[in-house]
Design a protein around this ligand. Structure first.
Ligand code: FAD
Length: 441
């Protein structure tokens, strides 16, 4: 798209939308960002909550492009690996990348959003309008309808490029749903999640610089560190199990039996209070195709590919969407309609692959990590990765520490699984052969 001060509208000032506004601002476009909520930087309730996310390579690359990587990582906490908590309280560390020492980082969602909004507003050509909600879109006419929530006035708007970064329940995507050949698939998994909290006063008893996991087969609990030594804890569990925990006795019985070492850290009162006052949140996975419509509409981030959070790639893949779009926009000879079509062609398969990987990783985190077969495979992966990193690229490393297309990461995994099964098969047959020969003589 020619940088002759064309107009871009971004809908949604969450993580992906506000980063997108920075990229578009940097390119010199006139940018208007509409966010339905009020400004979180002025909202004392939002400021008080610390919910964190893991940022990895793809997210960092995008932040680097707009000069924000250092600022963001400056307030993030490195996590070198998983720390598994057994039922008896036994701990086991599982580094993410013992070969090249790469790590992921825990960052506060709100502070990251604040950094991104501040950066977007620093561009003179970016206007952020809070309390402005996309009501609907007449995508055939190329216009959107926005409501100013303060005055309740609804007005029509248009631009050369309109980007929906309005999250998993995207209004722009709903408008695209009505168009011919638009594919849409939505899955609510039967597991939900509840956020708990380890305060700074007991957080220093937790081993730092790890993502803590309490894997329990059908469900799990995880904890990510905050800067003040507190930890944000998330319990993922079938929704039916949440329903059965209705009173103090059942909650405490459950925790003391399943997560005994976490009870003193979270504290009984806080545990019971959170359970009795909060409904578990649902988890949704959304795939759709294409991600564009006509000559100007595009959806990115959760609006285009919401995924279950188990690979820590929702935001990272959304940030990568922005990097990919930005590279295409720099191809000056292309028109917007060609760019967004090309974007869809490049991106759909990749983000659908990471949605599948995210589903798989829940099983890995809550169950497989405890199995000897998983650990044996991880050890083999690490040896082969060290010996021939260009040929044997383990799944977690390719997803979290590289920009390899997600579908290639998935294809690699499938191929490696086959080779590994073959190796194990050959090994077992050789043992059998030796064993039979010993018996014969
Ligand atoms: P959102 O964050 O949902 O933002 C959408 C924005 O659009 C919001 O500000 C909303 O108010 C606004 N909006 C909505 N509708 C309208 C409208 N009609 N008009 C105007 N504005 C509108 N990802 C990771 O990479 N790493 C992690 O570790 C990680 N952990 C997670 C843990 C949990 C429990 C969950 C649920 C998700 C996790 N994710 C993680 C995923 C990550 O949170 C999302 O992928 C990311 O927030 C998506 O950003 P987004 O901007 O696309 O959408």
């Amino acid at each position: 798209m020619y940088q002759d001060r064309r107009k871009v509208i971004v809908i949604g000032g969450g993580l992906v939308g506000s980063l997108c506004a920075c990229f578009m601002g940097q390119k010199g476009y006139h940018v208007v960002l509409y966010e339905k909520r009020s400004d979180l930087r002025k909202d004392s309730y939002m400021r008080g909550r610390s919910i964190n996310l893991a940022i990895s390579h793809r997210g960092r690359v995008a932040l680097r492009s707009v000069g924000l990587e250092e600022t963001v990582l400056g307030s993030a906490i490195p996590m070198q690996g998983r720390l598994l908590h057994g039922k008896t309280g036994a701990l086991q560390s599982m580094p993410y990348d013992p070969v090249f020492n790469n790590c992921i980082y825990s960052i506060g969602r709100n502070s990251l959003n604040e950094v991104l909004l501040n950066a977007a507003e620093n561009y003179d050509n970016v206007k952020v309008k809070f309390d402005h909600k996309l009501v609907n879109a007449d995508i055939r006419r190329g216009v959107i309808r926005v409501q100013n929530k303060t005055t309740t006035e609804v007005f029509e708007e248009t631009a050369d490029l309109i980007i929906g970064a309005d999250g998993a329940y995207s209004v722009l995507r709903s408008a695209m749903l009505m168009t011919p050949m638009f594919q849409f698939n939505q899955t609510h998994i039967e597991h939900g999640y509840l956020e708990l909290y380890i305060p700074a006063s007991s957080g220093d008893k937790m081993t730092p610089n790890h993502l803590h996991i309490w894997p329990r087969g059908q469900f799990m609990m995880i904890a990510l560190p905050n800067k003040d030594t507190s930890w944000t804890v998330t319990l993922f569990m079938p929704l039916d199990n949440f329903t059965s925990l209705r009173d103090e006795d059942s909650i405490m019985y459950f925790f003391e039996n399943i997560f005994p070492d976490a009870v003193p850290l979270i504290g009984k009162n806080s545990l019971v209070h959170t359970f009795l006052s909060t409904k578990p949140s649902q988890l949704i996975s959304i795939k759709c195709s294409p991600h564009h419509f006509g000559s100007k509409f595009l959806i990115i981030g959760d609006a285009a590919h919401a995924m279950v959070p188990f690979y820590g790639q929702g935001m990272n893949s959304g940030f990568e969407d922005v990097s990919v779009l930005s590279e295409l926009l720099d191809k000056n000879h292309l028109e917007v309609k060609e760019i967004i079509k090309l974007y869809s062609e490049m991106r759909v398969q990749n983000v659908q692959a990471v949605c599948d990987l995210a589903m798989y990783n829940y099983v890995e985190m809550r169950d497989l990590v405890m199995r000897k077969s998983f650990r044996a495979r991880k050890a083999v992966d690490e040896v082969l990765y060290k010996l021939c990193p260009k040929i044997w690229f383990p799944l977690y490393n390719s997803v979290s520490f590289s920009s390899l297309e997600y579908r290639r990461c998935l294809e690699n995994k499938k191929l490696q699984d086959k080779i590994y099964s073959l190796l194990v098969g050959v090994l077992l047959l050789s043992f059998l052969f030796v064993f039979i020969n010993i018996l014969r003589y």
